[in-house]
Design a protein around this ligand. Sequence first.
Ligand SMILES: [Zn+2]
Ligand SMILES: [Zn+2]
Length: 154
Amino acid sequence: MEVTVQCHQCGSALPVAATDESVQINCGRCRQAFLLTFSEAVRADRQVDRCPVCEGSDFWGRKDFDPKIGLAVIGIAILISAGFYYVGLDLVAYGILAGATLIDLAIYSRLSDLTVCYHCHAEFRGDYEQTAGAFDLHTADLLEPEYERKVGIR
Ligand SMILES: [Zn+2]
Ligand SMILES: [Zn+2]
């Protein structure tokens, strides 16, 4: 599993592989130190049960989808199909648009899961089984300030 620590001082994303039981990293930009303690399930890429950064156990999950890629595929398809539409080949134009939508769906269905810590925004990527629910704003409103007080940025 790969964990992306979010630096609470400067907001940098710091990727770390969860291999050792504990590891200390420093933020590449502001030198803030983080002592990470990975649970056994996280190291085994089995489940995200405890956050190595803040030791919280509240997570939300989504597909690891970069919307920019999906939009690029659709954008290019629209340009190409506009060309065909212009020369009167509307069926070809529609076919290209439909094809681009299928490509987007194919990309989406093959994406891996992404889990995010409610407290410190650490991200977890791997082949583990997704157990976290969808993002809940109310939970985030409760848990984020707690972490921010703990690290002293509030
Ligand atoms: Zn930093
Ligand atoms: Zn956390």
